[in-house]
Design a protein around this ligand. Sequence first.
Ligand SMILES: Nc1ncnc2c1ncn2[C@@H]1O[C@H](COP(=O)(O)OP(=O)(O)OP(=O)(O)O)[C@@H](O)[C@H]1O
Ligand SMILES: [Mg+2]
Length: 268
Amino acid sequence: MQILSVSSLKGGVGKTSVTMGLASAALSSGVRTLVIDLDPHADCTTGLSVARGKGREAGQLLKEYRKARISDHVVPSGWVDLLPEEKKQGAVLDVVVGSALSAAFDRPDIRPRDMKRLKTLVDRLSGYDLVLVDCPPSLSGLTRIAWAASNQVLLVAEPSLFSVAGTERTMRAIRMFSNEFAPQLTQAGVVVNRARADSTEHEYRLLEMERLYTDKLMLPVLEENPHWQQIQGAAYPVHLWPGDPVRDMAKSFDELLKQLLPAKKLNP
Ligand SMILES: Nc1ncnc2c1ncn2[C@@H]1O[C@H](COP(=O)(O)OP(=O)(O)OP(=O)(O)O)[C@@H](O)[C@H]1O
Ligand SMILES: [Mg+2]
């Protein structure tokens, strides 16, 4: 089971969007996936079309981590109902619902034993090929809880000066964290989001990222897409949205997912 935290210490760069794009790619290729929404804002829960009030929320599960079983509280994403009949059979996209309750764990001084709460829950989990954890934009308690439970961290960055600097800080933080608390944790790579082909600044920053991150920079780069907010607003999977520009974006997520998962997990 691949457990992947989607992180960046900088806000608004597209962590939730990348989590949702990968979840959509996973759903369309038959990868059994669980999304854990650790962000107290719970944007991912909304985007995955999960009705509020269903399933015990992430914060509650973290509180009851000794006894609770994630599998008793997951909620299926409404995206599954949108699939064509032939793909619905056996499709798994479940969600651990996010809510403000998890904010209680987002303390900068979280104790090492509290950092293991999600790991304890995830260690008892089975039946999924992929677990995606959508993280809040900080290195406080919740991100540490996510990293302690994960095999890999996928970083999201925008092609801008502040985001490049933020990504370097995040990479350093992951190295320190894995040395100290999570030897299993590695960096999956950096996904660049919201790139614009007509921007010389973006072109410059992309070259800079290529130089800085070498083999960690993941391709393809995700482009700024004028339909993206509408797709999210409709709580729809990008793979089912009509139109060529969106289809290209869906293909980009397919490519990224292929690199993140062992090949045998993907159905054609
Ligand atoms: N490729 C894209 N094209 C167009 N809009 C995008 C793209 N990626 C993200 N956005 C928009 O940018 C905004 C921020 O994206 P998102 O919420 O995914 O970022 P985030 O890193 O999860 O934010 P936070 O740090 O607050 O959790 C959203 O309104 C989203 O719709
Ligand atoms: Mg987010």
